[in-house]
Design a protein around this ligand. Structure first.
Ligand code: FAD
Length: 472
């Protein structure tokens, strides 16, 4: 009996899964497979934090499949060779997957589709990740959008896709299963145990995703517009890693929001719109993970400095809001959006380090690392992307801290050694009188550094560099 191979990639869920729904419709046994591409030449290999997440997401997907009488085949290596072998051994006639939008994934999928179609296999791909395919959204001149507001306005005129309901009691299985490797053999978990903070915060399972979505809709959605910029509050959904790994689909999220009070979800849906926009841009401008969208920024006079980069990565910049953000990232694999903007701004502006350095660090340390969103975020801050914040708008990390973490609670949570500082100095310890520092057990340049680059100096360096770029 012929079978359908269902290749899971970044869609690690059963419900709202278009490829799975289509595979079931075939009426043939379904062979779910995940392939860990561990070839050294693969571009953008998953970072450490994402690998940690993936381990548990795969374990959970296998458990879900077992509940419906099936299982997940796990393999490591070149997807083409592995799929070839599995198709041959199982005599499967269909190969289904949900689409990915990273340039390397698109190139790989095109090649595989052509290759297997030639050998008589029916290869079909589906959209389970985005509301709209990037190639279906165009401006009036038939070109990709480069500004968010018209992009999103246009998207809102298109029909909203519905959640694909997959109610599954039993998944048809093949007579014999192809070979599988053990999850542990992929060695996704860290050898040195640094992941305690991640495990304390996250439940990287489908159940964890559903719980977070429900909690957010019940408790935070109503105040999302007011609280989303406040890192000291639980103002955002924390759904990003679930979206990155596809343990939750965007259609499902929209579906869950339909039960919320009218109006409360509009701002939140527009943030999902930024995710759509990021994928739109990555699809149409595939070189942007490495290169600025605005060509002139290729000549930007960065001043690469290993010590400044190290200070930024290890949360030793001397700006508490930045250092708290970097500590949150290190401890939990996640950082609040407002703080991502501040830490990125200090790196590329006050410190004059190339945005790619920051993007690489985020890629390695975020559990929600996503090539489209990360590229958009970094190019937005560096002023070199689509609809970007102009480079000359330099965030002041002290004022940002005072505005968005007004009591200093966020800083105190992640920098306990500053916890005793009064609110007045929590975002600028170097301004505190000696007696206040003494009371708070803070010794500058010992327990906490002074700013590595001063506020005024940093702003001037950034603006001078920008002026230089304009004259080049
Ligand atoms: C420098 C920088 C780097 C970033 N890197 C990433 C990344 O690697 N992966 C990632 O998912 N997001 C990234 N973002 C976007 C944003 O910070 C996160 O999506 C958000 O903080 C996730 O938290 P949340 O799920 O609670 O967000 P919520 O506010 O609850 O938003 C819901 C969802 O909408 C999407 N979203 C929200 N804001 C944005 C945005 N600005 N751009 C794109 N999508 C958005 C995300 O999928 C998010 O999960 C980056 C932003 C910046 C400034």
């Amino acid at each position: 009996m012929p079978a359908t191979i269902l290749w899971f990639r970044s869609d690690l869920r059963l419900d709202d899964n278009s490829a799975l729904a289509a595979a079931i419709t075939q009426g043939e046994p379904v062979i779910p497979i995940y392939i860990w591409d561990n070839r050294p030449q693969r571009p953008w290999p998953l970072g450490e934090a994402s690998r940690w997440w993936l381990h548990y997401a795969l374990e959970d997907l296998d458990a879900q499949l077992r509940k419906v009488g099936s299982r997940l085949i796990i393999r490591a290596g070149d997807p083409q060779l592995i799929l070839e072998e599995v198709l041959h051994k199982t005599k499967a006639s269909h190969l289904f997957w949900n689409r990915q939008y990273e340039p390397a994934a698109i190139a790989r999928d095109k090649k595989l589709k052509a290759h297997f179609t030639k050998s008589g296999i029916t290869v079909e791909s589906f959209n389970s990740s985005l509301l709209h395919e990037p190639w279906e959204v165009q401006n009036k001149s038939g070109k990709p959008f480069q500004v968010f507001t018209p992009f999103w306005k246009h998207c809102m005129t298109l029909p909203m896709p519905q959640k694909v309901r997959v109610s599954l009691k039993k998944l048809q299985v093949p007579k014999s299963w192809p070979k599988s490797e053990s999850l542990n053999s992929l060695e996704l978990l860290p050898k040195v145990k640094w992941d305690r903070g991640l495990a304390a915060l996250w439940e990287p399972t489908r159940q964890g995703a559903k719980k977070r979505l429900k909690d957010f809709v019940d408790k935070a959605l109503g105040r999302y517009s007011q609280d989303r910029d406040r890192p000291d509050l639980k103002g955002t959904s924390g759904l990003s890693p679930y979206l990155s790994f596809g343990q939750l689909g965007v259609r499902e999220i929209i579906d869950a929001l339909s039960k919320a009070a009218p109006g409360s979800a509009i701002k939140f849906i527009s943030e999902l719109g930024w995710r759509e926009f990021a994928h739109h841009l990555l699809y149409h401008f595939p070189s942007t993970p490495e290169k600025p969208l605005r060509d002139e920024f290729n000549r930007f006079p960065w001043k690469k400095d290993a010590q400044l980069i190290k200070a930024w990565q290890s949360g030793q910049t001397g700006y508490p809001i930045v250092d708290a953000g970097m500590a949150q990232l290190w401890k939990t694999g996640w950082m609040h959006n407002r703080v991502r903007m501040i830490v990125a701004s200090v790196l590329v502006k006050h410190f004059l380090q190339p945005w790619q350095v920051g993007a690489d660090w985020f890629w390695d340390t975020l559990v929600d690392a996503d090539l489209a969103n990360n590229t958009l975020g970094w190019q937005w801050v560096a002023g070199c992307g689509a609809d970007a914040s102009p480079y000359f708008r330099v965030f002041n990390p002290v004022l940002q801290g005072e505005k968005f973490d007004p009591e200093g609670d966020y800083v105190r949570r992640y920098l306990p050694h500053l916890a005793k500082l009064p609110k007045k100095y929590i975002h600028s310890p170097w301004k505190a009188p000696v007696s206040v520092l003494h009371e708070a057990d803070v010794i500058l340049d010992d327990t906490y550094p002074r700013p590595k680059v001063g506020l005024k100096e940093g702003r001037k360096r950034a603006l001078d560099a920008y002026e230089k770029l304009k004259s080049l």
